[in-house]
Ligand binder design. Structure first.
Ligand SMILES: C[S@@+](CC[C@H](N)C(=O)[O-])C[C@H]1O[C@@H](n2cnc3c(N)ncnc32)[C@H](O)[C@@H]1O
Length: 218
């Protein structure tokens, strides 16, 4: 997926992936991860997700990464916040309150930025990456996550002959291949996700599994 694909989608407001509220896996599984209150949390490929608001409401400072400046601007405008803006290398960082949203290519983020994080939440980030980019995404997640820190990752799996991604299907074996070397992996929940995804049903899916994973950096 090249950058123009996503910038184009934001420009056209073609953002069917955006959810009106925080993901229920986040609400259900985050508390058991034991991420210290007050710690920073990384939200890769953050869009303008309400997950970031939920994390802030639960005492975290949020570091988001996002290609589309308009997504970041909408996020702050929708909360009536006026962020301060600074250039940090190839990124533009907008900060207001508990939010620091880094506009640029997540795959180039310097691990120094996340050296104090206490957790990571990935919803629709790994699955936004085509198969050829998933290994790079996994390596970057390893580099950005300090030892002992947990990641809550939401994945989707479906028959790839039924639909072209994004979102791309990720099997449990694929999770093991991508993350097994650097993370301890626990499957927290697996459910049928089709009923909640009318959009993906309309695109041809007859079955969809949604999974919540806990990955702890070794
Ligand atoms: C499927 S959306 C998910 C957004 C958000 N996580 C959510 O749940 O609403 C993927 C997002 O990643 C952004 N994106 C794609 N590739 C990126 C990259 N290399 N670096 C930073 N952001 C990227 C896109 O602009 C898009 O907003």
């Amino acid at each position: 997926m090249d950058h123009s694909f996503w910038l184009d989608r934001w420009q056209k407001s073609d953002i069917g992936f955006h959810q009106p509220s925080a993901h229920d896996f986040l609400e259900r599984h985050w508390p058991a991860l034991g991420v210290p209150k007050g710690s920073e949390v990384l939200v890769p490929l953050c869009g303008k997700s309400k997950d970031m608001v939920w994390l802030a409401d639960h005492g975290h400072a949020v570091i988001g990464t996002e290609l589309a400046q308009s997504a970041i601007d909408q996020f702050f405008a929708e909360r009536s916040r006026t962020p301060a803006s600074v250039a940090e290398g190839a990124f533009t960082v907008k900060r207001a309150g508990p939010f620091a949203l880094w506009c640029g290519d997540h795959l180039t983020l310097d691990p120094a930025v996340t050296r104090r994080i206490g957790g990571v939440f990935d919803r629709a980030a790994l699955v936004a990456m085509p198969r050829t980019m998933q290994q790079s995404y996994a390596e970057k997640l390893s580099a950005l996550t300090p030892s002992g820190v947990p990641v809550l990752l939401v994945s989707l799996d479906y028959d790839p002959s039924e639909m072209d991604g994004p979102p791309f299907p990720i099997s449990p074996d694929r999770i093991e291949t991508l993350f097994g070397h650097d993370f301890r992996i626990t499957l927290l929940e697996k459910r049928d996700g089709l009923n909640a995804s009318q959009n993906l049903k309309n695109r041809g899916l007859s079955s969809l599994q949604e999974m919540a994973w806990k990955l702890v950096r070794r």
